[in-house]
Design a binder for this molecule. Sequence first.
Ligand code: URA
Length: 212
Amino acid sequence: MKIHIASHPLLTHKLTVLRDEKTDSPTFRRLTEEIVTLLAYEAMREVKTIAVTVKTPVAMAQGEQLAKPKPVVVPILRAGLGMLEGMSRLIPTAEIGFLGMVRDEKTLKATTYANRLPEDLTNRQCYILDPMLATGGTLVSAIEFLAAKGATDITAICILAAPEGIAVLEKAFATSKLSLKLVTGALDERLNEKGYIIPGLGDAGDRLYGVV
Ligand code: URA
């Protein structure tokens, strides 16, 4: 699995405000969108394109356009939904699928409760949106779900990641032929006993949707 920890002073600034417990939900949502747009820019470096020729007002120009079939963006409900706007801003033509996953707070295991995805993901570049890579359980299940539909090229975009979650992903797909990539805004220290990322930002879903 390729891991890319995006690093840019502007991103770090936005992440710092996002982490701050004093940041209210409307600001948290707006910053999440902005951060995701920056991460998506990195995540799509290897998006497939085709060579095209266009006519400018003065001459012919060689260029590139996104190849078909279109990439598929998959926010994991609930918190991944808060990342969709930032992603769509960068790639408005992507197809969007949904995956509803919930983790049991005791066992920390993830189960799928809803999905709305193309039946066949063969040859589709898939971009999973999940703000927090904590224990890794949700992301492993989501990747397996997409792979079972034929996806072989999967990038996870996470605002924050914990070393434990990365280790779980690496182990789960150690012998897999999938092309996997993780793009994250920061690698934090660790998980606490409740599976929260430290220092993290708390419960991303609650902070996005004003539950706290
Ligand atoms: N999910 C969250 O929203 N926050 C964490 O710190 C871990 C998982």
